[in-house]
Design a protein around this ligand. Structure first.
Ligand code: HPA
Length: 235
C-alpha cells in the first residue's frame, strides 16, 4: 500500500492508463480488459489491472487538476514501478477549426501552474511527451480517425475564470486546447525517467461555445482508450 493507493506490490502493471474520472477507469477495464481485477477503492479512485491482447495493463482514475493527478502519478511510479503512463482525457479546444470529438496528441504542455517553478527554482521547465509514445499514438489515431492533431496544449489550474477572454493569449501562440493535468504528468515522468503521453478528446470549444452531446462523449472516449491500449508496450 502507498498512502493513496491500496494495491499490494506487483498488483499494478508497468503500463497505466490514466483517465481523470474513476468511473471511466471502470468503463475501460470492463470494456477492454480481460480478467480485470480492482486494486484500489481508496477515496473512490478506482484502479484495475487486466490484459489487453495479452499485454498487462492497469487503468486508474487520478481526479481533476495537477495536485490530485501528481499524487497518483508519483505513487504509481515511485511505489509501484510504473514505466509507461498514458493520460486519456478531455480538453477544451482553443482553435476554431477543432471540432468536438477531435483527438489531440499532446506534444508539449504549457502551464499557468506554479508547481514546476517551485520545483525548478523559479525557472520554466518545458514539459514534453515521450517521442516514441507520441509517434505510435499518432499512427494509431490516424488509423481510426482523420480528425487527429498533434501540438501544444495548456494545463491550467482553473476551470472557471472570471476573465472570459483569458485563453486568447494562449490561442494566439498556437496552443490547441486546455485541460488540467498533463504538464504535471510530463514533468514527473521526465524526473523519474519514464514515458508519458496525453491523448485528449475535444469535449468543448472555447472559441465558439460548442459542447459535446452525451452521445459524442460516449463515442469519443472509447476510441482514445483503444489508441492508448494499442500502443501499450508488451510488458
Ligand atoms: N477547461 C479545462 N479543462 C477542460 C476543459 C476546459 O474548458 N474542457 C475539458 N477539460
Amino acid at each position: 500500500m502507498s498512502i493513496h493507493i491500496g494495491a499490494e506490490p506487483g498488483q499494478i502493471a508497468p503500463t497505466v492508463l490514466l483517465p481523470g474520472d474513476p468511473l471511466r477507469a471502470r468503463f475501460i477495464a470492463e470494456t477492454f480488459l480481460e480478467d480485470a481485477v480492482c486494486f484500489n477503492e481508496v477515496r473512490g479512485m478506482l484502479g484495475y489491472t487486466g490484459r489487453f491482447e495479452g499485454k498487462p495493463v492497469s487503468v486508474m482514475g487520478t481526479g481533476m487538476g495537477m495536485p490530485s493527478h501528481s499524487i497518483y502519478v508519483h505513487e504509481l511510479i515511485a511505489e509501484y514501478g510504473a514505466k509507461t503512463l498514458i493520460r486519456v482525457g478531455t480538453c477544451g479546444a482553443l482553435q476554431p477549426d477543432l471540432q468536438i470529438g477531435d483527438v489531440i496528441v499532446a506534444q508539449a504542455a504549457s502551464t499557468d501552474s506554479q508547481i514546476n517553478r517551485r520545483h525548478f527554482g523559479g525557472l520554466d521547465y518545458a514539459p514534453a511527451a515521450s517521442f516514441d509514445l507520441l509517434r505510435r499514438a499518432h499512427d494509431a489515431a490516424l488509423a481510426r480517425s482523420d480528425r487527429v492533431r498533434v501540438g501544444g496544449i495548456l494545463s491550467s489550474d482553473t476551470f472557471y475564470d472570471e476573465d472570459r477572454d483569458w485563453w486568447r493569449v494562449w490561442a494566439a501562440a498556437g496552443i490547441l486546447a486546455v485541460e488540467m493535468e498533463t504538464s504535471a504528468l510530463y514533468t514527473l515522468a521526465a524526473r523519474h525517467r519514464v514515458d508519458a503521453l496525453a491523448l485528449l478528446s475535444v469535449s468543448d470549444n472555447l472559441t465558439n461555445a460548442q459542447e459535446a452531446t452525451a452521445e459524442q462523449r460516449e463515442k469519443g472516449f472509447p476510441m482514445m482508450a483503444e489508441i492508448a491500449l494499442s500502443i501499450a508496450p508488451a510488458d
